[in-house]
Ligand binder design. Sequence first.
Ligand code: HEM
Length: 201
Amino acid sequence: MRDGSRTEHAQAEDAAFMSELLAGRVDERGYADYLLRLRTVYATMEAVVRENTDDPAVAAVFDPGLERLPAIDADLDHWLPGGPRTVDSPAAAAYRDRLTAAATSGGLLAAHHYTRYLGDLSGGQAIGRILDRGFGLAGRGLAFYDFPAVGRPKAYKDGYRARLDALGLSSRAIARVVDEVRVAFRLNQALFTELAASLPA
Ligand code: HEM
């Protein structure tokens, strides 16, 4: 999954919205717009994953301790107190529809699960620290990056990979999963493109 998405990952790292965010040039409203889109993604993903835990591929990765919806809601209370919790976003709607369609196959759901949560436990941890330092937040509004139930990310990611490997999927099934990881990256890229378009010039 990692090898198959290297190009897409490099593109995500280069996304203008990400560099603006990490350079401190996105304001509270811009960050809330990002969180609102992530809220759509995680609310859908966490619901379909919970509905499909009897599938072996979903069971291999399912962990309620990863779920981000409560953290996103806590962060939105900080960034957008009393504001809306939904957003009119074609990119988030497309991501939601793809997640719903992926519910027909545990492997496809695992692809989406991997793309978001392993990202959150990898580069996401560095992003959280940069935002904390850059904005002097002392952790406020950054629950999204905090995984109290996970422990050391490195050990967790090793265990996660081992559980996926132990599924013994055929090379054909693996190819489908990796293709879906690429799709998931493109859906994330589309979120960034949409967000960059609404940043002030
Ligand atoms: C500025 C943006 C980003 C930076 C700086 C970044 C950085 C990183 C780094 C350094 C790793 C490797 C960590 C390790 O070796 O354990 C990583 C892994 C990963 N990232 Fe990102 N990332 C970014 C954006 C994204 C996005 C947007 C996604 C997808 C939504 C994503 C998904 C992943 C995944 C799935 C992994 C795990 C790869 C694996 O070990 O199998 N990243 N990221």
